[in-house]
Write a protein of this length. Structure first.
Length: 322
C-alpha cells in the first residue's frame, strides 16, 4: 500500500501546536463539513513561516480559515493542514492615522476599534463577517466602502519567507485578488482619516441596523451565497433579487433551506450536510438560469474535495464554480 503523502513519514512527531484529525464543523458558520488531517493556530510570524515550511517539506496541502463566514467544507473534511491565525496575527495596533492588523483579526472588530480611536475609512467592514486577511484575499467591499482605498500594504507569508505588497500588486477586482494557495495574508496596514469618534460610531450603528433589517440573523449560514452577476440579462439586479424572482425563498433540500428573509442566504436548519447545501444551491441556480439565462457564480469558498451535484451542470459550458 502506498504511503499517504499528507501524513508525516517515518513516525515523525507532529510540530508543536499541530493537532491531528481536528473537527472543522465548528469553525464554519454554517456548521457543516468533516475533519482536517492537521490543524494549527500560529500566534506569530516565525511560527507561521515554520509551519508553512514543514507543510511544504512534507508536501502537505494547506488552507487558511478565518471567521468561516464564507466557507463550505467537504463532508469528507480536508486532507491537509488547516491554519487559523491567532495571537499577534489576529491583533491590532495603532500608529497615528495608520492601523496595522493581523490577518486573523475580524474585520468588524477592526472597524469598531478604529471608530473608538476616532479613525474613519473602515466603516464598511462592520458588516463583513470575516477576517482582515480574508477581506484582502477576496477584495471585500460593502455599502460603498472600498478596501483598496484605505489599504497601504500587505505582508504575505509563504514557506520561503515574508514579502510586502502594495494594493496595485494584488490584482484587486470584484471579489478577487491575485493571491494563490500557499500565500497567507499575515499583516495588513490601513491608512485612515482622523474623524469624530461619536459620529463614526453612529455611522457604524446605522450600518449594522441596515444589515439586520435586510439579512437573516441568528441562523447557521455562510452569508451571501452567490455573487452579483454582471450579465446584461440580469438587468442590473442583484443575485438576491434574481433568486427571489425565481421563487427560491424557502426552497429546501435535506437540512438546508434558502432563507425566507433573504433569497441569497442558505440556512442550515439543524443537521444539514454540505451535500444538502450544494443541492439547494444547485436548484436555486437552475431556477434563475431557467428564468433569465443568467448563470450565478458562488461567492462561498469550498474547502476539501467537494463534489457538486449533477444539477449544477446547466449545459452552458460555463463552470460557474467557486
Amino acid at each position: 500500500m502506498d504511503a499517504d503523502p499528507t501524513q508525516p513519514q517515518g513516525g515523525e512527531a507532529l510540530p508543536e501546536g499541530v493537532e491531528a484529525d481536528h473537527p472543522l464543523k465548528g469553525i464554519s458558520t454554517i456548521r457543516t463539513g468533516g475533519p482536517a488531517d492537521f490543524f494549527s493556530r500560529p500566534a506569530e510570524m516565525t511560527s507561521l513561516q515554520a509551519l508553512l515550511a514543514w507543510a511544504a517539506t512534507g508536501k502537505i496541502a494547506i488552507a487558511v480559515v478565518g471567521s468561516g463566514s464564507n466557507l463550505l467544507i467537504s463532508d469528507e473534511g480536508f486532507r491537509g493542514l488547516v491554519i487559523k491565525l491567532d495571537g499577534e496575527l489576529a491583533g491590532i495596533e495603532r500608529d497615528g492615522d495608520r492601523v496595522t492588523c493581523g490577518g486573523g483579526m475580524r474585520l468588524p472588530s477592526a472597524s469598531a476599534k478604529a471608530a473608538n480611536w476616532g479613525l474613519s475609512g473602515l466603516e464598511f467592514g462592520v458588516n463583513i463577517p470575516g477576517t482582515v486577511g480574508g477581506a484582502v484575499r477576496m477584495n471585500a467591499n460593502a455599502y460603498g466602502g472600498q478596501l483598496a482605498g484605505v489599504l497601504e500594504w500587505v505582508e504575505i507569508c509563504t514557506a520561503a519567507g515574508v514579502s510586502t505588497r502594495t494594493p496595485d500588486q494584488l490584482g484587486l477586482r470584484y471579489r478577487h485578488s491575485n493571491l494563490v494557495d500557499g500565500e497567507i495574508v499575515a499583516r495588513v496596514r490601513f491608512s485612515l482619516t482622523a474623524g469624530d469618534s461619536p459620529e463614526i460610531k453612529e455611522t457604524l450603528a446605522g450600518m449594522r441596523a441596515r444589515r439586520l433589517a435586510a439579512q437573516p440573523s441568528g441562523i447557521k449560514t455562510f452569508g451571501s451565497t452567490f455573487k452579483n452577476p454582471d450579465d446584461p440579462r440580469a438587468e442590473g439586479q442583484t443575485a438576491g433579487l434574481l433568486l427571489d424572482a425565481a421563487g427560491c425563498r424557502g426552497l429546501t433540500r435535506g437540512g438546508a433551506r434558502i432563507s425566507e428573509k433573504h433569497a441569497n442566504f442558505v440556512e442550515n436548519m439543524g443537521e444539514a450536510s454540505t451535500a444538502d447545501v450544494l443541492e439547494v444551491m444547485a436548484e436555486a441556480r437552475r431556477k434563475v438560469h431557467e428564468r433569465t439565462g443568467v448563470v450565478l457564480e458562488p461567492e462561498v469558498l469550498l474547502l476539501g474535495n467537494v463534489s457538486r451535484p449533477d444539477a449544477w451542470d446547466l449545459g452552458t459550458g460555463q463552470p460557474g464554480g467557486a
